[in-house]
Ligand binder design. Sequence first.
Ligand code: ZN
Length: 501
Amino acid sequence: MDGATEGRVSGSARSGHPEGAGRAAETRRRWLETLARFRRDPDRPATTAYWSPSLDCASRDELTQIQNTKLAASVPFLYENSAFYRRRFARLGMTPDEIRSTGDLAKWPPIDKAEMMADALAHPPYGTYTCVDDALWAERGWMLFSSSGSTGTPRVFRYTQNDRETWAWANARALHAMGFRPRDSVLLISGFGPHVWLWGVQAALVLMGIAVLPGGGLDAKARAGMIARFKPTAIACTVSYALYLGRALQELGLDPAASSIDKLFIAGEPGAAIPHTRERLQDLWGARVVEFYGCTEAAPHVGGYSCPAAEAPGRPVATHLMEDVQVWELVDPDTHRPVADGERGLTVCTNLATEASPQLRFLVGDYAVFDRRPCACGRTHVRALGGFAGRADDLVNLRGVKMYPAQLEQAVRAVPGVGDEYEIVITAHDDGLDRMTVRVEHADGAIGAQVAASVRTHCEVRVDVEVLARGTLPRTEFKAKRIRDLRGQTPDVTNQKPEGR
Ligand SMILES: [Zn+2]
């Protein structure tokens, strides 16, 4: 892929102007210096409990001061090196010195995916938001990733060597908090495609000196065999795959709960935030569920991560967000104004540590509730209570009642004995009323009434339930696509098989 599309970044666009090029280089130098100053404990954990206690357990004032220092270096860097940000400042009639602290952030309207997409379409293939010009791309070395494309065409991202170093370090801090130690060995289950997650995990595991078992390109039986033979202590995969692989072990006469696995490192689907799914995973494997939270746009490194106190009894699961490398805010879905701690809002991320994918208030768009009170684990960084169970884009509207796929999953899995696989089909009807049919697997057809009652309790909608024999629905191997919304399509196609993979 040729990175030399002209005019994409201000550095190359303004290379004819020595003064501008000088400012671009100078702001970059200051930004990199600031980053290096706060990359504490770069190679190894400072203590057994915390990778970098002076960051992980910093006081609220210290955290704010670090964020402000990074922001004051970052904003001029974006302005001088990225054509996208430069244009946006001009359009808003703002100058970089108007954003010098986290208190100034609300002046800058959040950037959403549509705005990023428009820039990428106008300046293919990468867009102009990156702070790296063609000469730097050639010099630095990089890696290509893409978004999942769940809300449109997949967008591509490159991360530089600088970014990769921050990436390994920040992810190592998160993995350390999740309980990963050099005695662990991790079976990575992925196709090793352009999704950022497991590549970042791999980079961190190398830095941490933790054993890695690559599990790509194998079927479930072969992976089950790897667990039996090599006894890894953790698997990293999607939620659906952890269920699928556990069942595959059972079919081979092996008990996942008696296996060597003590940590399930899941990603790709909001499983940890759905109590009944988390319980199902933990019971099946006799292992603790841990997860990352983030998005490719504000990557490469992690945003959120589980800590040892993530699951305090009687409290919702909580996920820390790494505040010295990113500023996390919640905003009102309609007005985009910041919401207070304890209130529900959409996640917005300002990424303070990447030159290739810098984000100044990117609307990630997951609903969350923040809590800045100290955590029992000793870390001080903000926590999302209840985790991240739904993206605003995924909202399902049935006859005016709005719900998230995660709520439906929680409702279905609340019914004991219902199989791992289920699907939800939404259809339009001549009477004008849309209908939702939940298809589950169970040996007893009478379970349907319980499923319908559970959905009514959790989601406040009436649904039809079809109870199918076990093994009828396709097994989900990777990311599950459980909701098929057929409204707007030809009716009577409910017998189509879902997109199982
Ligand atoms: Zn904690």
